[in-house]
Each structure stands twice: as C-alpha cells, then as structure tokens.
Design a protein. Structure first.
Length: 275
C-alpha cells in the first residue's frame, strides 16, 4: 500500500497547498520506487526505522509494509495532519520536527535505528554529516539525494566527486551508490537525477584514531583550496616534519589523500607543530 501521483495531487488540493520550494519538497509518487527503496533498506520485523521528510507518507507506507517499527519526521505543519491520517493506522509514529534541530536522543532513545529518507536537496549534505557525527543510534542510512550529492557522499580517492564530505563519510562509515532514480517519479519533477546512497556506520571505531578536530580542520582547509598543493593550502599549519612523519608528499593535492592519510597528517601535526 502506498500513494499514487493522483492521490498525492488530490491530497494537496484538499488542503490548498503546492509543494514548497523553500522546504525542498519533491514527493515520490511512484509506488514501485518507494517499494524499491524499502527493499534496498533491508528492514523488516524487529527493525526500528526513522524517516526524515515523510511528506504525505508514500515512502512511510512502504516502510511500514516491511513490518519495521517506523518513526516519521515531518517539518511542514500543513502536511502533518494528512500524514497522520495516512500512516498512524499502520502503527507509524509521526513527529512534527525539523531534522536539523530535533533532539535525536529524545526521539530515538538508545536503540539502534536505520534511517531511510528522501532528503530535501538543500539540507542533504549537512544533515548526513551531522547524523554521522552526533547520532550513533543511526547505524545505517539509505538516503535519496541529488545525484551529484550522492556521488560526493560515496566517493573515494581517484573519483572526480571526492571531497571533504567524502572524507567525513569514510571516517565514520562505508558508502556506495545503491541505485539511481529518474526525475519522473517525483511531484514536482526536479531538473536532475537522484541517487540512492547506502551508508553503513563502522561497527567498532572510526577509520582513524587521529584527533577529530585537528583532522577535519586540515580537511576543510585543504579542500577549501583544492587546486593548490598541500604545502601551500596548509602553509603555517603543517610543518615539513609533519609531512615527512605522515608519509604525505607536500606536493600532493587534497583529493589524493584518503581518510587514513589525513589521519596520519593530523596525528603528526600534533607531534611536529609548525615553528
């Protein structure tokens, strides 16, 4: 059971609303797509799922069909009553909240959750980064995002899309593009393709034990001037001795370093600070 294009259009007409551009609302209106997403999420009886941006409940219903326990988060107060009407009879808990500011501890407790979401394009990158940084209860994510964003989230050294957020994801998790989604399944249709990105949190520890703040301070500064060699972009921050200690060439550019190399550089910076 899920919602079709005509049903979504009728529900919006009933409350006199159109999809909000400010909130990045592009509703999935293809039943096969939401069933595909629920299948790729790999959830079922006994699993706890949190969905962000549930909208009118199309994906929510597909997730509920798996037998998982679903918490649906929606920011738009105009949609929440319809969302409740569509999904609460299926045992879904609906929470009106902003995913960027919600108290995740209060929402999820200490139990592990899988996050499944069609994320608004304008918050996708910072939200995924914040969830990886601060919400360890979320052990897996399957997110639908703009294709370009998805490629960045899942990129590795040597990929054109590799950047600072790729390092952040790799620090906490493994990621891959699990599939692509055409614009035709949305209402309204976006101008770009979307990607489904599967992110699995590392079960034991981050990829490196380097000091976190030092590590990502270097990553931000390095990728902030990604066309420059590291000896220039990190001048005054990384000493020649630190480069040598880390086994990183000063002539390298930021996209040549994986998270482990960035970690060595951060650790060596503490041992060999600039003079």
């Amino acid at each position: 059971m899920t919602l079709t294009r005509s049903q979504v259009s009728d529900l919006l007409a009933r409350i006199g609303r159109s999809p909000s551009r400010a909130l990045g609302q592009n509703f999935v209106v293809d039943p096969n797509t939401v069933r595909r997403i629920a299948g790729l999420a790999g959830v079922g009886d006994g699993d706890r799922v949190v969905e962000i941006g549930a909208g009118l409940g199309s994906l929510t219903l597909a997730l509920a069909d798996t037998g998982a326990s679903v918490t649906a988060v929606e920011i738009d107060p105009h949609l929440v009553p319809l969302l409740r009407e569509n999904v609460e009879a299926r045992g879904v808990r609906v929470v009106e909240a902003d995913a960027m500011t919600v108290d995740w501890q209060a929402l999820l407790g200490d139990e592990p959750h899988v996050l499944v979401a069609n994320l608004p394009y304008n918050i996708a990158t910072p939200l995924v980064a914040d969830l990886l940084d601060g919400v360890p209860q979320i052990t897996r994510l399957l997110v639908m995002v703009q294709l370009e964003v998805g490629e960045r989230l899942a990129a590795h050294v040597g990929d054109d899309a590799y950047g600072a957020v790729s390092v952040k994801v790799d620090y906490w998790a493994t990621a891959r593009v699990a599939g692509k989604v055409p614009p035709t399944v949305f209402l309204p249709q976006p101008n770009v393709d979307s990607a489904l990105v599967a992110i699995d949190r590392r079960p034991d520890a981050p990829a490196t034990d380097a000091p976190y703040e030092v590590l990502f301070g270097l990553v931000r500064q390095g990728f902030g001037q990604r066309r420059k060699m590291l000896r220039r972009s990190l001048a005054g921050v990384v000493s020649p001795e630190a480069f040598e200690c880390a086994g990183v060439r000063p002539e390298a550019r930021p996209e040549e370093l994986d998270v482990v190399a960035w970690g060595r550089l951060a650790t060596c910076c503490s041992a060999h600070p600039p003079s």
